[in-house]
Design a protein around this ligand. Structure first.
Ligand SMILES: [Zn+2]
Length: 245
C-alpha cells in the first residue's frame, strides 16, 4: 500500500509492521536525465519490492531532497545538511512507527545519503521505538554495481525502463562526450575533490550509452529481489537490543 494513494481508513485496515521509506535527492543528472532521478528510482524500487513481497508492506511517500551539496554548481540541484536530513528521516520513521509500522527499510537512491542513513538508522534502532535499516538499490544489483558512475549506465538504463518519458534521448551523445570516467580526483587513495564540477564538465560520470532499456529491466529485477529478501529478514528478525548487563 502506497500511503500517498490511500485514505486513512485504508491505512487503518493494514495489518503489518513493515514499511518502506524511499529517499533520494533532487540534483543534476547530466543533460539527459531528470533532476528527480534518485528519488524516482528509489520509489520505483520500493513500489516493486512491496508488490513482489509475500505480505503487506506500507510504502511511505519519498523524501526527495537529500545530501547533495556536491552538485550545487549545476542549476536546479537542491540540498540539505546531513543534520537536517538525518533528523527528518528519524522523525518520519518515528511517525511510521506511531502507527505500528515499526520495522522500516529506507530505500535509498543517492550515494551522498549513504553515510547519514547508516548513522541515523543505527540511532533509531538503538534509541527509538523502531528498527530501521538503509538499503541502497544500486549496491544490490550484483556485478552491475561497479558501473554505477553518476547519471551513467545504471541510472540511465533504469530510467529508460521505468520512466522513458523523462530521458532526453537526443542528449545522450552529448552526455557521453562531456562525462568523466570516474568519480572524484584521487591521489594516494584520497579524493581531493568536493564538488562534482571539479571533475565532470556536464555532471555525468560513466557512459550513459552503456545503459539500454533491457539492462534497466534487469536492474529493477535484481534490486527488487534483493529488497524482497531483505524485507523477509527484517520481518522475522529479533530486533531487541542485546542485553549484557
Ligand atoms: Zn543519481
Amino acid at each position: 500500500m502506497h500511503l500517498s494513494d490511500a485514505t486513512w481508513t485504508d491505512a487503518d485496515d493494514v495489518d503489518t509492521d513493515l514499511a518502506l521509506l524511499p529517499v533520494g535527492s533532487t540534483e543534476q543528472h547530466g543533460p539527459h536525465a531528470p533532476l528527480g532521478t534518485d528519488w524516482l528510482n528509489a520509489e520505483a524500487v520500493a513500489d516493486a519490492g512491496a508488490a513482489a513481497y509475500d505480505g503487506e508492506v506500507v510504502v511511505a511517500p519519498p523524501i526527495s531532497v537529500g545530501v547533495s551539496e556536491e552538485h550545487r554548481q549545476f542549476t536546479g540541484t537542491l540540498w540539505v545538511s546531513e543534520d537536517t536530513f538525518r533528523r527528518y528521516v528519524r522523525e518520519t520513521v518515528a511517525s511510521l512507527a506511531h502507527h505500528g509500522w515499526n520495522r522500516v527499510v529506507i530505500v535509498n537512491g543517492h550515494g551522498g545519503n549513504v553515510a547519514a542513513l547508516r548513522e541515523v538508522a543505527g540511532t533509531i534502532t538503538r534509541h527509538d521505538e523502531a528498527y530501521a535499516v538503509p538499503f541502497t538499490w544500486f549496491e544490490a544489483v550484483g556485478d552491475h554495481r561497479s558501473d554505477m558512475g553518476h547519471a551513467g549506465p545504471l541510472e540511465t538504463a533504469f530510467l529508460r525502463h521505468t520512466r522513458p518519458d523523462l530521458v532526453r534521448e537526443d542528449e545522450i551523445e552529448a552526455a557521453r562526450e562531456g562525462a568523466s570516467d570516474g568519480w572524484g580526483e584521487w591521489v594516494s587513495y584520497t579524493n581531493l575533490a568536493y564538488d562534482s564540477a571539479e571533475f565532470t564538465e556536464n555532471g555525468v560520470v560513466g557512459d550513459p550509452t552503456d545503459g539500454d532499456e533491457e539492462r534497466g529491466e534487469e536492474l529493477l529485477e535484481l534490486a527488487t529481489q534483493s529488497l524482497v529478501k531483505l524485507l523477509s529478514a527484517v520481518e522475522s528478525r529479533d530486533v531487541s537490543r542485546p542485553d549484557r548487563e
